[in-house]
Design a protein around this ligand. Structure first.
Ligand SMILES: [Zn+2]
Length: 453
């Protein structure tokens, strides 16, 4: 198997470079990324770029995407969507979780994601007891990542309460129930899964589901450098409940009670004051923006222009999997701001005026940090995670490299990802996942069972 690839144009950390040879070792780490002359008979790829990091996923929710778009009697909201999600969550088996995750990850790979951060909270069996192997469901999801080739940061979720003030969990939340000791035990049991492709972090679910003392205890007990993710300020109702319970807004409370730094990913962070926004940016944490889900659930808009001006870090996640497309996520990240501000070309900076290039590089950097893995750059020492675009597509033919990202992100709907290599292993070839038929067959069989619920 070849351990190198020659790119006529490769997107490096500083921008597009011509004639680059990328080499990697048997472990899947890039060892050399150098300008070079193609050897005789060496295959040459036209446009090569780092794969994107999906910094927020609940894989099992892929099974119910598209099923909650029917209006009910009263106003529909995030909270009515959550009721449907809970019905599914109560029944899914570990084997079904693997089938769903494999389908999801294969789709994400085909659309340009090469890494995922899995915010995993379905730990217990449907009756509320742990499986004999406490880490059973997390292992099934990691197995799906390994079998499809997706790099993964597994984040077992601390979920102890139904709401602020340590409100006891509801009966339909019994599969999520965990305390700090149990999460640390889970992390311990998953340590042997760590590899170039797999990292283990943690995720206190939210300030609703874990109290500040628990979060402090959990973070303090984790090995250094492991990622810490939390849902925060996604819904106005959550902000109001936090103020009622604590006198503070969620991000305000988090920043005051935790040592938030670049290990942290604040997922959504939608409803922030200017002071909170500046505080998140200054902390070095990554804002995990999930535009397709935030749109689907009616969450609201993240104040991206002010955050960029404050040099805040951010990345994208597919969250509930209303979409598995990197392009849709990035396009809506920009379009949401255009609609909100009635302007154009918003997500950019004085150093990078091309919106597509700014979006791609910023989300690579933020996503890499949130993953806690060596990804997001075509540079020695990083994982050999890369996409080869379809240079024969009319949108890319004869196109200068500088135009590629804008054309790809803002023009049309064909999937231009032709080949995908993750950790040096080719997992998508000619737009198809190398095991697409098997994965789809197992997913369809799984959905046949789940639709009976
Ligand atoms: Zn989420």
């Amino acid at each position: 198997m070849s351990h190198s690839l020659f790119a006529r144009h490769a997107l490096l950390p500083d921008g597009w470079a011509d004639n680059v040879r990328l080499s990697w070792n048997a472990n899947g780490d890039l060892t050399e990324v150098q300008s070079a002359t193609a050897r005789a008979h060496e295959a040459q790829q036209q446009f090569v770029l780092p794969g994107m990091i999906n910094l927020h996923s609940h894989a099992f929710q892929r099974a119910m995407a598209g099923m909650s778009e029917i209006a009910g009697e009263g106003p529909d909201s995030f909270w009515t969507w959550r009721d449907l999600m809970y019905r599914y969550a109560l029944h899914i088996t570990p084997q079904q979780m693997q089938a769903i995750a494999a389908q999801l990850y294969s789709e994400c790979l085909r659309h340009g994601y090469t890494a995922v951060c899995e915010f995993h909270y379905l730990h217990r069996a449907p009756d509320g007891a742990f499986y004999p192997d406490m880490a059973e469901t997390a292992r099934q999801v990691i197995a799906a990542a390994n079998s499809t080739g997706m790099g993964i940061s597994m984040l077992p979720v601390l979920y102890s309460f139904a709401d602020f003030n340590d409100t006891p969990l509801r009966a339909d939340q019994r599969r999520f129930s965990t305390n700090v000791d149990q999460i640390l035990q889970l992390v311990q049991q998953l340590e042997a899964s760590r590899s170039g492709q797999v990292e283990i972090g943690v995720a206190p679910h939210s300030l609703r589901a874990a109290n500040v003392g628990q979060i402090r205890e959990l973070v303090a007990a984790m090995p250094a450098q492991r990622p810490i993710h939390i849902h925060i300020a996604e819904q106005q109702r959550e902000v109001n409940a936090c103020i009622a319970a604590t006198g503070k807004r969620p991000v305000e409370l988090l920043l005051e009670t935790q040592q938030v730094d670049q290990r942290w990913c604040l997922v959504h962070a939608t409803h922030l004051t200017k002071a909170e926004l500046a505080g998140v940016a200054a902390s070095g944490a990554v804002a995990g923006i999930c535009t397709s889900t935030e749109g689907n659930l009616g969450d609201g808009f993240f104040d991206l222009p002010d955050y960029i001006a404050a040099k805040g870090r951010f990345g994208i996640g597919t969250d509930s999997h209303a979409s598995q497309s990197v392009i849709e996520e990035l396009r809506w990240m920009e379009y949401g701001q255009r609609l909100r501000l009635q302007g154009r070309n918003i997500v950019q900076s004085p150093g990078q005026r091309r919106v597509g290039d700014f979006l791609w590089q910023a989300c690579l950097q933020g996503g890499a940090l949130a993953s806690g893995r060596q990804v997001g750059q075509l540079a020695a020492g990083n994982r050999a995670d890369m996409l080869v675009l379809d240079d024969q597509h009319p949108n890319l033919q004869d196109l200068p490299a500088a135009e590629v990202l804008n054309s790809w992100i803002f023009n049309g709907n064909d999937n231009l990802v032709r080949d995908v290599i993750v950790g040096g292993r080719q997992v998508v070839q000619g737009g198809r996942h190398v095991e697409q038929e098997r994965i789809q067959r197992e997913y369809v069989a799984c959905m046949r069972e789940l639709r009976r619920l």
